[in-house]
Design a protein around this ligand. Structure first.
Ligand code: ATP
Length: 242
């Protein structure tokens, strides 16, 4: 039997001003599973994740975290209900140290301050390259290390649902493999993961359990990854207007 969803998004609608960028998108995140959200540039993937995280107002639809309706809660309260977002483009604090970034990441965690050092130690264990330079400025790290820091910052809030917006973006292939390996590790640890990813071969090659295809702001396919082919994804995302 399938595990209970930790996050259920139902018929979410979001946009900018008069423009609706995401129409009635539904998606579930389940423990120990990766749901990949794929679609071409401008399809609405980031808009969806940002609206889910509470960074963008929702026009319609509902978001539940562990069964609780959080649709009307602001971003920080969704975080304290177990949701974390690794935004597109490694939005870490470049002028702060690695350790400071991880301390900021604990804000909103459902834990007491005394656990802070333990969380940092755990992140340094998980990401040895960060542990090697705790006092380096985040902006001085390599692109791959910045992405790891961004993921570590999100994990520092002790989420149960982790949303990753194109974590492979702009990274060398060998580093992309490392990022995907981390995603697999987190899945094995039971995190419910929503992954926006352009690399569809990797998505279908053992990275995703479920796939949702979005095109022009609308869901065009949702299925288990084992039922989806690369060709299907390409077909589903090529018929658009540009
Ligand atoms: P990408 O992979 O390029 O990030 P995406 O699938 O994440 O693509 P979105 O960034 O969600 O797509 O964009 C969806 C639509 O919303 C696009 O038409 C885009 O131009 C528009 N859009 C995105 N951000 C804004 C914004 N801040 N203001 C106005 N329109 C926006």
């Amino acid at each position: 039997t399938m595990p209970e969803a930790l996050m259920t998004v139902d018929a979410l609608r979001a946009g900018y001003g008069d423009m609706i960028a995401v129409w009635d998108m539904s998606l579930q995140a389940k423990p120990g599973r990766v749901t990949a959200l794929v679609g071409r540039n401008g399809a609405g993937k980031s808009t969806f994740l940002n609206a889910v995280a509470g960074l963008l107002p929702i026009r319609a639809g509902t978001i539940k975290l562990s069964g609780e309706d959080v649709t009307r809660l602001p971003a920080h309260q969704r975080a304290s209900h177990g949701l974390a977002l690794v935004p597109e483009g490694k939005r870490i604090f470049r002028a702060m140290t690695v350790r400071e970034n991880l301390t900021i990441g604990q804000f909103n965690a459902r834990h007491k301050g005394s656990e802070g050092q333990a969380i940092i130690a755990e992140m340094f264990d998980r990401f040895p390259a960060l542990g090697d330079r705790p006092d380096a400025l985040a902006g001085s790290l390599s692109g791959g290390q910045q992405q790891m820091l961004s993921i570590a910052q999100a994990l520092s809030s002790r989420p149960s649902v982790l949303c990753l917006d194109e974590p492979s973006s702009g990274l060398a292939p060998v580093i992309v493999d490392e990022v995907f390996e981390i995603v697999r590790d987190l899945r094995a640890e039971g995190y419910a993961i929503v992954l926006v990813e352009q690399q569809v071969e990797a998505v279908l090659d053992g990275l995703a359990d479920d796939v949702v295809i979005i095109d022009q702001g609308r869901q065009v396919l949702a299925d288990e990854a084992s039922n989806v082919t690369v060709d299907q994804i390409i077909q589903a995302t090529l018929h658009g207007v540009d």
